[in-house]
Write a protein that binds this ligand. Structure first.
Ligand SMILES: NC(=O)c1ccc[n+]([C@@H]2O[C@H](COP(=O)([O-])OP(=O)(O)OC[C@H]3O[C@@H](n4cnc5c(N)ncnc54)[C@H](OP(=O)(O)O)[C@@H]3O)[C@@H](O)[C@H]2O)c1
Length: 277
């Protein structure tokens, strides 16, 4: 079975490529730049393509039967149509509440979800909440530099998920039966405030890490000055704000689908400890 992994060099995609290759699947890894050392396991075929340039995808989609789909919302429908024309019969995609929009009637819609759900293919939607991996972008640089984080809402609770667990659920949906037509909410196994997450990072690397609380406006300034689009920054801050003083939901989906408990945040930090040292 020939499986295309889009976003193969990304957080979830890289883990998914490794998992599928280890279980003997015929994996094709999509990237916009195949001319570099991508470090995939032996046997993985690299295919070059840019989902924003349909011409460039033609060769990349040759012979593909199933796909892990990642696309920008504005091209999601055309990318899905191209995958279907190429003969792809099963689509597993990653959606995010960050990409929810309201239609004219005020209903919440998610473009990538509606694209796969209307595709005629077997589809599975994965809806992870917060990736544990966000700690690399949000906190690792200042932890490395000065054993401190400058961040907003230390009391906001999340249930961060290890990307390997998202990939494990994606691999199951791509290779096993029984997942078609399902939308899977995905979380890690525990609700942790952001202050608790920073404390765990400190415990794993053996350092005291100071949490310097920023106001929402200060955080907005810091994030937009890192060239993150304002729309994404506002959605992130508006998402975190109501999470203060409430437990984050914890879903049993990872264990139900994969048969093993979701990895803890502490396990994720241990797997990535060097990024914080
Ligand atoms: N962060 C969170 O907490 C969170 C939570 C829930 C959902 N999500 C969702 O997760 C998704 C991101 O997944 P990720 O973190 O695994 O990916 P990622 O690490 O952000 O990497 C993005 C990947 O997309 C590929 N890519 C980007 N533009 C492309 C294009 N035009 N054509 C082909 N490939 C392209 C890149 O490949 P090349 O550069 O090699 O071409 C790269 O592999 C987003 O949709 C986000 O909304 C995130």
């Amino acid at each position: 079975m020939s499986i295309l992994v889009m976003g193969a060099t990304g957080t979830v995609g890289r883990s998914l490529v490794a998992k599928l290759a280890a279980s003997g699947e015929s994996v094709k890894a999509l990237t916009r730049d195949a001319g570099r050392d991508l470090g995939f396991p032996p046997g993985v075929e690299v295919r070059e393509g840019d989902f924003r340039k349909p011409e460039s995808m033609r060769e990349a989609l040759r012979g593909i039967e199933r796909a892990y789909l990642l696309a920008d919302p504005d091209v999601a429908h055309s990318v899905v149509a191209q995958l279907r024309e190429a003969g792809v019969k099963r689509l597993v995609t990653l959606a995010s509440a960050m990409l929810d929009e309201r239609d004219d009637q005020g209903n919440v819609v998610n473009v990538i979800e509606s694209a796969v759900q209307g595709s005629g293919a077997d589809w599975t939607v994965l809806r992870p909440r917060a990736f544990a991996n966000n700690a690399l972008d949000w906190w690792a640089p200042t932890i490395r530099a000065e054993r401190a984080v400058y961040w907003v809402y230390p009391g906001a609770s999340l249930s961060p998920i290890h990307e390997a667990d998202v990939a494990a659920v994606a691999a199951a949906a791509l290779t096993q039966d029984g997942h078609a037509g399902k939308t899977y909410p995905l979380t890690g196994p525990e609700s942790l405030t952001q202050a608790e997450q920073v404390r765990i990072i400190g415990e794993v690397i053996g350092a005291d890490i100071a949490f310097h609380e920023l106001s929402k406006e200060q955080a907005r300034h810091v994030l937009t000055s890192q060239h993150i689009p304002e729309m994404i920054v506002d959605r992130l801050l508006n998402m975190l704000e109501p999470m203060v003083e409430t437990e984050a939901p914890v879903q049993p989906t990872v264990e139900q689908v994969t048969g093993r408990p979701a990895r803890t945040f502490r396990e994720w930090v241990s797997d990535n400890a060097d990024a914080f040292r």
